[in-house]
Design a binder for this molecule. Structure first.
Ligand code: DGJ
Length: 732
């Protein structure tokens, strides 16, 4: 899969779908040649035009002519201060105060498989020949900084992953000011960019715009990947659609501050950069010490956004998520949050559990408020023992009763936080993230524990382990409800204060690793005030995540559609909730709420303290339907058909079984229109040669006809917020 052409001095990473080519210019500089559709036999690695622009694009010292400049050439890991004025991938300040780095090729190595990353989540392979990895070593001959660039090509996917390791090969300490995971230079700028800006309850709002000259920065400085952006950057050709055209996606396997940048230079070339946000970042490197960047995933497709999303879905389902739940169907849960908020006790919850059971629910998920003295959000984070006021006999009897109902039991934790009003804070007020004597900004009455410190994360690990040893919990919702401010770490020397945010992430990952190894049976749901840390870093430890605190079905159509560009439905937790919706005040039909929730990991956030026969009957039927199709919905191929980001009136998507034997098509009316135009949906992913029966109808229709001609929505969806499902089965 990976070859080195010694004569022409280039590496070709190639599988049946994709080629990625990088070469050596003048046996020294690592340059980028190509990333896109597979080229069987690549030859032109040295054809970059040799132009004399040396007045303002300087030539490297001692160069024989004026036709080469780092300022214009396409590079793999550009540095700073030696002639390239574009955005660098890394920046170093050396002991003598200089900030110039000039990397030259030293050696390379190609290995079968994919080495793990030191202390960081990353995609993986279980069988060696599923991937090959190239590592290119570069070095600055003056400063002795060493940079190892790793590239893994997956055998069966149009995916290359990259990461970088920087080592101080000199004799004096140095300071990393920037150490990104990857850089990529394209020879043109004929792209549109896709990004996912958002906010709390309005996460991942898909946005597409032409690439502009200059620098565009998408980032998070919040200490978490955040609701405000996704650590992702998409580039598509202007003509690319859901079904056709080229698309490139770069995604960072990291849960903290990140930057995703594009720079269109003076010659209309495009540089893309992805990695830890240099803002607020610094890292001291002693001689021989190294710094490992997070992994960047680079996916490509020439079959539009669907092709791109399928590449990510396969990668994340098969090579990111770990543990025994990876390929297991996920349980239907009922969460008490919007039903009770903090106002519950054992008796109420038992009633809730009985009602849930009667509807077909498989897991009771007890949310915030069961621990310490927690009756509202002003106290007790950090005190992970049972609230005796609410549960005088502890939590064990409730768990046993839920298990006796043949349901599983899930519990909410927010382990990274501490309340001022908590026993833990009284004992360890200095355990919080804090910059010197700066007063702490408030965020939901809580502060962030400095998980970069071993003694802090050991305490949390011990508390949680002790609790989980005594309580047979099957499921954990791991929440995180504020972002970092006044970032600093109490015991760390001044020169290392800017390491705090990344050290926190390393500490969090170490904690999650220890906990998931120790309790492999527990299924984890990642949550951060909704989807505030919905990223591949967290999904390495937790196979599913709460998409958004916004449970309104119409809002969810948008959010889940966007989320599907990167993440498969099985990773997206989606619940049916009451109307009018608690966040939006909007009323949507029960059918639409159910259809949207079934398009992810279906659950309930209904008020099950009160029964409502009509609602309950509808839910019972939905659950029966979901159980019948769960395998298809959780493990089928998801196709994006009509984007709510491009059509204000309707949206549609479908699920196709891996063997194409059946499919579920779903359409949603967002805003109904009087005398509306006819709507026809062109299906996708079916076998063109097979015939499919629609629902229970007698007639069957060819897969080709359904995909190329389409299917009328008949009768039309003539009210706001309603939906329809079609089930298609292949005829023998
Ligand atoms: C934020 C989560 O997103 C909600 O679902 C709920 O768990 C609350 N936190 C509880 O405080």
């Amino acid at each position: 899969m990976i070859t080195w052409n010694a004569e022409k001095q280039f590496f070709h990473l190639q599988n049946q779908q994709v080629s990625y080519v990088l070469g050596l210019a003048h046996q020294r500089y690592l340059v980028h040649c190509y990333w896109g559709k597979r080229i069987a036999s690549f030859s032109q690695a040295d054809d970059y035009p040799k132009l004399d622009r040396s007045s303002f694009s300087p030539t490297p010292a001692g160069w024989p002519d004026r036709t080469f400049s780092l300022d214009t050439v396409l590079q793999e890991y550009p540095g700073h201060g030696a002639g390239d004025y574009r955005e660098p991938a890394f920046e170093v300040r050396y002991a003598d105060g200089s900030q110039v780095s000039n990397l030259h090729y030293v050696s390379h190595q190609i290995v079968v498989g994919k080495p793990a990353l030191d202390g960081l989540p990353a995609t993986w392979v279980s069988v060696g020949d599923e991937a090959e990895t190239l590592t290119v070593t570069l070095q600055d001959p003056v400063t002795q900084l060493q940079v190892e660039l790793s590239y893994t090509l997956f055998r069966d996917l149009p995916v290359v992953t990259r990461n970088t390791r920087l080592t101080n090969g000199g004799t004096t300490p140095l300071r990393l000011l920037r150490a990104l995971s990857c850089a990529l230079d394209f020879p043109d700028s004929d792209f549109e960019q896709i990004q996912f800006p958002g906010a709390w309850a309005r996460e991942r709002q898909q946005h597409r715009q032409p690439l502009n000259p200059g620098i565009t920065v998408l980032d998070s400085k919040r200490g978490a990947s955040s609701t405000h952006q996704q650590p992702f950057i998409g580039l598509v050709r202007p003509e690319t659609t859901e079904m056709q055209g080229e698309a490139w996606g770069l995604h960072l396997v990291y849960s903290g501050n990140f930057t995703a940048r594009t720079e269109v230079d003076a010659f209309q070339q495009t540089r893309v950069l992805l990695g830890i946000n240099p803002h607020g970042f610094g890292w001291q490197l002693e001689p021989d010490a190294h710094f490992q960047t997070p992994e960047a995933v680079l996916a490509w497709s020439d079959s539009g956004l669907n092709g791109l999303s399928h590449a990510f879905h396969h990668l994340y389902r098969d090579h990111l998520v770990r543990g025994e739940h990876r390929h297991k169907t996920r349980p239907i849960l009922a969460n008490n949050w919007e039903s009770t908020y903090f106002d519950f006790d054992a008796e109420k919850l038992l009633r809730f559990a009985h009602n849930a059971k009667a509807l077909g629910v498989e897991l009771l998920m007890l949310d915030d408020g069961w621990f310490g003295e927690r009756n509202d959000d002003t106290s007790s984070l950090g005190d992970w023992f049972v609230n005796r006021q609410k549960f005088p006999h502890g939590l064990r009897p409730l768990i046993d009763q839920v298990h006796a109902l043949e349901m599983k039991f899930g519990l909410w934790f927010e382990p990274e936080m501490i309340s001022r009003r908590s026993e833990l804070f009284a004992l360890h007020p200095d355990w919080v993230i804090r910059a010197g004597q700066q007063p702490l900004s408030e965020g939901r009455n809580q502060y962030i524990l400095d998980l970069g410190r071993p003694e802090v994360r050991d305490n949390i690990l011990q508390q949680l382990s002790h609790f989980l040893d005594e309580h047979p919990v099957d499921y954990i919702k791991w929440d995180m409800n504020r972002n970092m401010t006044e970032v600093g770490s109490f015991p760390v020397p001044a020169a290392q204060q800017q390491e705090t945010a990344h050290r926190y992430l390393l500490g969090l990952y170490a904690l999650l690793e220890a906990l998931t190894q120790r309790f492999p049976h527990i299924l984890f749901e990642c949550c951060a005030g909704g989807g505030g840390r919905f990223d591949p870093g967290m999904l390495y430890y937790m196979p599913q995540a709460w998409v958004s605190d916004n449970t309104d079905a119409a809002s969810r159509v948008h959010i889940q559609y966007s989320t599907s560009l990167m993440y498969p439905p099985i990773m997206q937790c989606a619940h049916v909730s009451e109307v009018p919706n608690h966040q939006m005040g909007r009323s949507t039909s029960m059918a639409m709420r159910g259809t949207v929730a079934m398009s992810g990991n279906y659950g309930l956030m209904l008020d099950l303290m009160h029964s409502d026969s009509e609602r309950d009957e509808a839910v019972r039927q939905q659950i029966a339907c979901y159980k019948q199709h769960r395998q298809l919905l959780q493990f089928g191929t998801f196709w994006r058909l009509v984007s709510p980001w491009e059509n204000s009136e309707i949206a549609a998507w479908m699920f196709v079984a891996p063997d194409q034997s059946e499919a579920l098509l779903m359409a949603f009316s967002l805003v109904s229109v009087a005398s509306a135009p006819l709507r026809k949906l062109r299906l996708a992913g079916l076998s063109p040669d097979a015939r499919y029966r629609l629902d229970d109808g007698l007639q069957s229709v060819g897969g080709d006809e359904l995909m190329y001609r389409g299917l009328f929505i008949d009768p039309p969806l003539s009210r706001d917020y309603i939906s329809r499902i079609w089930h298609l089965t292949r005829q023998p």
